[in-house]
Ligand binder design. Structure first.
Ligand SMILES: NC(=O)c1ccc[n+]([C@@H]2O[C@H](COP(=O)([O-])OP(=O)(O)OC[C@H]3O[C@@H](n4cnc5c(N)ncnc54)[C@H](OP(=O)(O)O)[C@@H]3O)[C@@H](O)[C@H]2O)c1
Length: 340
């Protein structure tokens, strides 16, 4: 006996990847439903070699369904996730709505798999922000060895992190550079994204940081250790898929780069590619479609005691969203629901 699984947001970037990954990893599915807004009623989406017709989230009855993977944004999540949870279906949510709720676990299975067991208070488990997910996969094994005091991170985030309209905006603006009669007015972003970079993701906070930067601080603490200090600068770059991060880490104990490299090589979910030669590192284009978080450019930071620099790249639609959600479902299945 397997699970009855719902994917809400099945026509979106993350929802489509959820369906792909459930099929690729042979998640034990007995029945699957693909949901989106009424606008997409009947739209066909792929699930392995099957085609599913999209149903309307608004009228869907969650009774009798085991797990719902949500990727519909905070607004619709606020309306529909509590209904699904009340019907006895465990919601694994990709929006930011529940991440900071003390009664909702925030889970990255490589870091805090045991936290899924706290799902029952609300029948909801939260998936972290994409830039946090890949960073904590790299930080956790290093923290276990040498205790991280402070992290300074700069991100280079792809447009797919802002949904399907942002992908169209980069594509259309890029074409318009060569054909200036085409429309290239920014709509999703506040400035032109093609051939540009924008140091602004999500809304501004009172202290001058952005909500995306705040999320990296708060989520890292919730997932790994409240004592870790994080200083983040989040930047949108004209890349379709794949987020990159330059991460500077200060440890309590000494950790040399050779040992750090060995620890990361052994750590779950990580692939170290660090050859110290032309092309001997990973760029976002190479991570697309992969499960791993890639680590390159591991080197000592000689300007502080116990400092390390690294470069971290991952597919934001996969580890940053859909893959992590499916891994949470797998963890919940193994530890709690025990079907399949
Ligand atoms: N992209 C990432 O890297 C990433 C990472 C982590 C978390 N997330 C989160 O995942 C969620 C989805 O992101 P995305 O990139 O997949 O966005 P997207 O490509 O814009 O897709 C949005 C999906 O939500 C559905 N939807 C929107 N409003 C709805 C409503 N009122 N009722 C039912 N369905 C509705 C859309 O259906 P229609 O096609 O019918 O409009 C579509 O399936 C967001 O919460 C986002 O913050 C994304």
């Amino acid at each position: 006996m397997g699970y009855k699984v719902v994917v809400a947001g099945a026509t979106g970037n993350v929802g489509r990847e959820m369906l792909n990954i459930l099929a690729e990893r042979q998640f034990p599915v007995d029945e699957i439903a693909a949901l989106a807004s009424r606008r997409s009623l009947g739209t066909e989406v792929s699930f392995g070699d099957k085609t599913l017709k999209t149903q309307d989230l608004d009228t869907f009855d969650f009774s009798g369904w085991d797990i719902a993977l949500f990727a519909v944004g905070s607004g619709p999540t606020k309306e529909y996730a509590p209904k699904a949870a009340a019907a006895g279906c465990v919601v694994i949510d990709n929006s930011s709505l529940y991440r900071y709720d003390p009664d909702v676990p925030l889970v990255v299975p490589e870091c805090n798999p045991e936290a899924v067991e706290g799902y029952a208070k609300k029948n909801i488990i939260a998936n972290p922000n994409c830039s946090t997910a890949q960073m904590v996969v790299a930080l956790k094994p290093l923290h276990d060895r040498a205790k991280i005091k402070r992290v300074v991170v700069s991100t280079y985030q792809s447009v797919s992190g802002s949904g399907k309209e942002a992908i169209d905006e980069l594509w259309d603006q890029t074409k318009a550079i060569y054909n200036p009669t085409d429309d290239r007015e920014p709509k999703v972003y506040t400035k032109q994204i093609a051939f540009n970079v924008i140091p602004h993701i999500d809304v501004f906070m009172e202290d001058g940081s952005t909500k995306e930067e705040w999320k990296m601080v708060v989520e890292t603490k919730k997932i790994i250790d409240p004592a870790i200090k994080v200083s983040a600068t989040c930047v949108r770059v004209p890349v379709f898929v794949g987020h990159s991060e330059s991460i500077n880490i200060e440890f309590e104990d000494h950790l040399d780069e050779a040992e750090a490299r060995d620890i990361l090589r052994e750590a779950p979910g990580i692939m170290v590619i660090d050859k110290r030669e032309d092309g001997g590192y990973v760029t976002p284009i190479e991570c697309v479609g992969d499960y791993a978080t890639f680590i390159s450019r591991i080197r000592q930071d000689s300007t502080i005691d116990n400092g390390l620099n690294l470069w971290c790249v991952s597919d934001n639609l996969r580890k940053g969203a859909a893959l992590n959600a499916v891994q949470i479902a797998e963890t919940l299945g193994k530890r709690v629901l025990k079907k399949g």
